[in-house]
Design a binder for this molecule. Sequence first.
Ligand code: ZN
Length: 291
Amino acid sequence: MIVFVVLIIAALATAAWLTVEPSLIRRRRRRLMGAPTPAQWHQWIATHVPLVKYLPPELLERVLALTRIFVNDKRFVGCNGLTVTDEMRVVIGFQASLLVVNRPGVPIDAFYDELESILVYPAAFLVEETQHLGHGLVTTGRRALSGQAWEARRMILSWDDIEHRPPASNVVLHEFAHYLDMENDSMDGAPVLQNALAYARWSQAFWEEYRRLHEDLQAGLPTLLDPYAATQPAEFFAVVTEVFFERPAPLLLEHPGVYNELKGYYRLDPAAWPGVAPLHPSTLTGLDPAN
Ligand SMILES: [Zn+2]
């Protein structure tokens, strides 16, 4: 009898908590939206996220407001002896926030809600990999990765690869693009879009450019996109997301169809941000990496 009563009380308490929790989360997020940004954040972000200098002031304020929530809500776990610092939290959170800053419902009703923890390694980490080579041949081995987002609840990042990255690449934007791709339960290069027509437009623009990238690589031609983008559609989406923010003007020039789909999806137009110079084909070599 006592066990029965305890079970009833526990069930009622859980039900009450499930009812109240979403409103508490919303209230906390509203409060953090209005909180001030700590002064040292600006220096950390300027050091590690050079594209910040192009963000229009009003957009920057909103990304910072989301970053305050992200840093507060998400659990960061240091791995291989790394102690996660506030600087790391802010730099990761700021870039994750930029991707969804104009998304309807963010941050009060939705904000990377499936993501529970971010594991930060000091440097590239090794993963066990099994490759199926066909004809029953299977190889196993280890590969060093700078980031991994193979399930929505957990993301893995290497701080060294965030701190010392080539100018046009961005591992944080890359891995969070994978998270967004997974929101419809399949990591296939197409995130959640509004309707069937939007999916049709997206897949036409992406397949065309994905195929062209393959052709260019086979022909030995130089490409704006890292060849890793050609490994599978999900990687193509993650890599073009990096380039959309890191080198928007060249992406608009080289892959206008993909640029316009990303512009619609992220509801951002980085090529039009002040200071990002428009490009002409004759200037495509020797670019300022920030453009
Ligand atoms: Zn990837």
